[in-house]
Design a protein around this ligand. Structure first.
Ligand SMILES: [Zn+2]
Ligand SMILES: [Zn+2]
Length: 273
């Protein structure tokens, strides 16, 4: 959801917020914080005041009334409460991107990383990178097969050790192929109009971790590409209870993560003027 701004803040930071090495150009591409920290602080304040993720849809947003209706229908549902991030979830990254429409309108777009209490989509926030309906269909079909194996394994008599090992191997293979199939639904783009499957984009010595392309930066940049928006700045900040290793604190800004985002952002930012 693009939220147009009447005036843009003067606050601006050249510091790189999202970046990665582009193998096609042989150099790093990056996006600065720009004016995004200002709007990220504003977002944090709105969430603290409202107490949940169901922020009112501002005037000027396309389909404002429709989205507001969706929000109203969810109002009061504890699942969207910010309390979630102060409890067992131990906080989450949120992100804001300042961007420009083709007609010159400046606005912001906001995202939460991964899932919010198992929700991939909340009205007013950008959707995930993959096609969610297809993802859910593939995931539930795959899980059914894996669960069937679990049922068969549980039903085995203790004497059937060979069969047990066999079924466990097969179940593991099924889980792995389900993961591959789900990753296959993530198609990333860049600003030259190229598209590639996530697996072919990921550029790192390390293996690809679960949740790659689910962080705020890839979600926001993907949304910009899908909606002909030009990103001008991006800011990701942490909301909620400090994590166990104390590397994340409420309200603090963090650059795009090294393990999951930097290996894909070089490609995704390629071609950005
Ligand atoms: Zn990340
Ligand atoms: Zn490039």
């Amino acid at each position: 959801m693009f939220i147009p701004l009447d005036t843009c803040t003067d606050e601006f930071s050249e510091e790189a917020a999202a970046f990665g090495f582009c193998t096609a150009c042989g150099k790093q591409h990056s996006l600065p914080y720009g004016a995004a920290k200002f709007y990220a602080r504003q977002l944090r304040q709105q969430l603290e005041d409202k107490g949940d993720m169901l922020l009112p849809i501002p005037d000027g947003v396309e389909n404002q009334q429709d989205i507001q209706k969706q929000i109203d229908a969810l109002e009061g549902n504890p699942r969207y409460s910010m309390e979630y991030l102060w409890g067992k979830a131990l906080g989450q990254m949120l992100g804001v991107m300042v961007c420009k429409k083709n007609d010159g309108t400046i606005g912001i777009v906001r995202a939460f990383s991964g899932q919010y209490d198992r929700l991939y989509q909340i009205p007013g926030w950008v959707p995930p990178v993959m096609d969610l309906a297809r993802y859910n269909a593939v995931n539930s079909a795959g899980n059914k097969i894996v669960n069937d194996y679990s049922d068969r394994i549980e039903a085995l008599a203790p004497s059937e050790q060979a069969m047990l090992q066999q079924l466990k191997r097969e179940r593991k293979a099924c889980s792995r192929s389900l993961m591959d199939e789900l990753y296959g639904l993530y198609i990333l783009g860049n600003f030259k109009g190229e598209q590639k499957p996530l697996k072919n984009v990921f550029y790192s010595q390390q293996g690809m971790r679960t949740g790659t392309a689910d962080c705020c930066a890839p979600k926001l940049i993907h949304y910009a590409q899908q909606n002909q928006l030009t990103p001008l700045g991006i800011a990701e900040f942490f909301y909620g209870a400090e994590n166990k290793s104390q590397t994340r604190q409420h309200g603090k800004f963090y650059e795009a993560c090294e393990e999951k985002c930097q290996p894909i952002l070089g490609f995704m930012l390629c071609g950005l003027p």
